[in-house]
Design a protein around this ligand. Structure first.
Ligand SMILES: [Zn+2]
Length: 721
């Protein structure tokens, strides 16, 4: 399979956005052009467990040569497929594509480690040099006319005589991948298509740069007597930020979410809160040369024109065709079903916080810069949660055991630690476990865990694979990893984590279980569907608070006592706190994203459109959209989330509905029958079947959005679907 690598300029992270995918009767050794290389990063994995990456032998010096040689090898394989003199068949075209690019795929496993886990200035230099080459490589494949003609012939033949289900799906996905990117256009339209893309990519850069400008250039400086309410840690970092900016002795509130959010939550200085709020929510909207409104109008027009070339009415229709939602109407229906409850909850929350302000003797009417501040007061009064107390029950080692327990009960997996030195790792902190089937002892794969923060490691938590399950060329076992950024404890001390971090730890393990349980034949079918692929891992989070986990693993690090039921109850209750605010700010952005792309972009006044649309929606005046249009980077600094911001809520509905299935099952969250269905329909098929059909097989019906309403503590009315 060809992993087309697209470098996200914002995150500089690897994301496999396009997975193109393979010919048994055409052995490669017959191909005169087959290349060999001794670059270690391109070699087949060697050693035990079906071969493992040689992490002990990788070095930055080999990266550039490996990337260039790997791409060249891969393109030769592609050319051989495209120029095959035999008539195109599923085997000699699609299966051959699935098989191509193996050396380069191996390379990307090392490249991923060097960019995410072990980055260095030397590596970043090579990375910057390679970025345009990767994009050129991707275009060479997606624009290979002969290749597309062969894919198209196989696709057209299958319309009369369909293939086996999973083969048809690989073929459909491959064909769609080309088609959605303009492969079917005539020469004239192709030319315009390329021009539009070029123009768009520079508009995306301009958009991001403008937002960045406004983030860097609007700083609110505080003096010593303006720090009331702020935490010591926050004050310290504000002082060092001010110093960096040449304002020593002052305190800088910079124009980013991580500065704005805590300031608005804790600062007692109302006028300053207003100023910080206005700076933040005006990014890209200051009517100067860094204003994004015109750029957005141009982007909308160009996007519509580009999909119009391919015969689509609007961008949303084009974007959503291969998503679980399938079309903008389905996504809109979900959003509009939740919206009334969200804004009704805001009314209640505003009444609550207004009461706090009144009781406090603050003679004010709640404005957007007051919401977080008074909501925090309500939170403290209603859900007095001592996060330090909770932490005492959350030890990383015990949480790891808890995850193995859950995987044993649901997936029938056994995790056995691999003795140090048996499998190469890229850092001494990385530990490896063998995953086997509890009954048959069958080897399923290896699980790598890289738990600790270090210099050169990106922030956050993530899951990835070094090899995925496939059977089309003989069975390949899974190499999966979880990565997080816990602070390494002193020797012999327990690592205590927050409830949020424990939840994320389970979440990422859910991705790993999704990798391990794959039953697909072809690599392409391991791919994800954006509004579906977070669902499985979100669902796994729910096992953290099951009684079995609580009683055995959430135990006090000194006394060994399980976490008190009352404390767990408090944590669960606190999760529905302020859902009016968070659901409304999110949905307002998701709705505007969709509506902007459904509107006629001719002469659109973006600023006015936002204002009028929010008014029509009865957007509460006490809070803003989470991302206002002029700085909505998800949607306008690239295409990743354009008309797709709804996707978070889509996955949330599935999560809430599937969790209720377990609540209702006779055996609860460990019901054997339901666990079997969970693995069989929701995890193992990955993208080998339509996600909506897979869900129906699990649940016996479609997901109902009432489950999400209950989950967020919203009232459920009978007439909603
Ligand atoms: Zn995730």
């Amino acid at each position: 399979m060809i992993r087309l690598l697209i470098q996200s300029s914002k995150l500089l992270s690897l994301s496999l956005l396009i997975l193109i995918t393979g010919c048994k009767d055409e052995p490669k050794e017959e191909n005169e052009m087959a290349m060999t290389t001794d670059n270690v990063l391109l070699q087949d994995y060697e050693g035990p467990y079906g071969g493992v990456p040689a992490f002990d032998k990788m070095s930055v010096e080999d990266v550039k040569d490996a990337a260039e040689t790997g791409m060249e090898m891969s393109l030769k394989e592609i050319d051989a497929i495209a120029n095959n003199s035999e008539p195109p068949t599923f085997e000699n075209t699609i299966v051959a594509l699935e098989r191509a690019g193996k050396a380069l795929n191996n390379f990307f496993s090392y490249y991923g480690i060097m960019s995410s886990n072990m980055s260095s200035p030397e590596f970043r230099e090579v990375q910057a040099e390679l970025a345009p080459k990767f994009s050129e490589y991707s275009s060479k494949i997606s624009q290979n006319k002969k290749l597309f003609q062969r894919v198209k012939s196989v696709y057209e033949a299958s319309q009369n005589s369909p293939l086996e289900d999973d083969q048809q799906r690989v073929l459909d996905l491959t064909y769609k991948g080309f088609e959605m990117n303009g492969a079917n256009l005539d020469e004239e339209k192709k030319k315009r298509y390329a021009e539009i893309n070029k123009e768009l990519s520079s508009l995306y850069t301009d958009f991001s740069n403008n937002v960045l400008h406004d983030e860097e250039n609007y700083v609110t400086y505080l003096t010593e007597d303006q720090l009331d309410g702020l935490s010591e840690g926050f004050i310290k970092s504000a002082a060092s930020l001010a110093k960096e900016k040449g304002e020593e002795g002052k305190y800088a509130i910079v124009n980013t979410r991580s500065s704005m959010d805590p300031f608005l939550t804790y600062s007692t200085e109302r006028e300053l809160r207003k100023k910080v709020w206005e700076n933040y929510y005006s990014r890209g909207d200051n009517g100067d040369e860094y204003d994004n409104n015109e750029i957005i109008a141009k982007i909308l027009k160009l996007r519509k024109e580009r999909v119009g070339l391919m015969g689509y009415d609007n961008y949303a229709e084009w974007r959503l065709q291969d998503r679980m939602a399938k079309n903008p109407e389905n996504a809109m229906e979900l959003m509009m079903a939740v919206w009334p409850a969200a804004i009704a909850r805001v009314k209640e929350e505003v009444a609550d916080i207004q009461a706090v302000a009144d009781a406090n003797g603050d003679n004010i009417t709640i404005e957007p810069w007051d919401y977080r501040y008074y909501a925090e007061k309500v939170r403290q009064a209603k859900y007095d949660l001592d996060s330090d107390e909770v932490k005492q029950y959350l030890q990383l080692d015990k949480l790891t055991e808890a995850m193995f327990y859950v995987a044993g009960r649901l997936f029938n997996y056994n995790f056995t630690p691999i003795p140090e030195g048996e499998v190469p790792v890229f850092h001494e902190d990385v530990k490896v476990w063998e995953v086997t089937d509890k009954d048959s002892d069958e080897h399923i794969g290896l699980w790598y865990l890289d738990p600790y923060a270090r210099q050169g490691k990106r922030s956050g938590a993530w899951a990835t694979t070094y090899r995925s399950h496939t059977t089309f060329d003989g069975k390949e076992t899974v190499l999966a990893s979880n990565n997080s950024n816990f602070v390494k404890p002193a020797e012999g001390e327990a690592l205590l984590v927050s409830w949020d971090d424990a939840t994320t730890f389970f979440h990422e393990f859910g991705h790993a279980l999704h990798f391990f349980s794959s039953e697909v034949r072809y690599p392409t079918l391991n791919g994800g569907v954006r509004d579906y692929t977070e669902f499985q891992s979100q669902l796994l989070e729910r096992w953290l608070s099951t009684d079995e986990v609580i009683n055995q693993f959430l135990v006090h690090n000194e006394t060994g006592e399980p976490i008190p039921a009352k404390l767990v109850e408090k944590i669960k209750k606190a999760s529905t706190f302020n859902q009016g605010f968070s659901t409304t700010e999110y949905l307002a952005s998701a709705l505007i994203d969709m509506k902007l792309h459904l509107a006629d972009p001719e002469n659109i006044d973006v600023d006015k459109f936002e204002r009028e649309t929010l008014a029509e929606l009865n957007m509460p005046k006490e809070l803003p959209m989470r991302h206002r249009t002029p700085h909505f980077g998800h949607v306008f600094s690239g295409e990743g989330y354009a008309t797709a911001y709804y996707g978070y809520m889509w996955a949330d509905v599935l999560t809430a509905d599937a969790a209720e299935a377990f609540v209702e099952a006779p055996g609860g969250f460990y019901d054997e029958n339901l666990a079997e269905k969970l693995v069989k329909y929701l995890f193992a098929p990955r993208n080998s079947m339509d996600p909506a059909e897979a869900y129906k097989l699990f649940r016996g019906r479609d997901a109902k959005m009432e489950a999400l309403m209950r989950d967020r503590g919203f009232p459920v009315t009978e007439d909603v679907n």
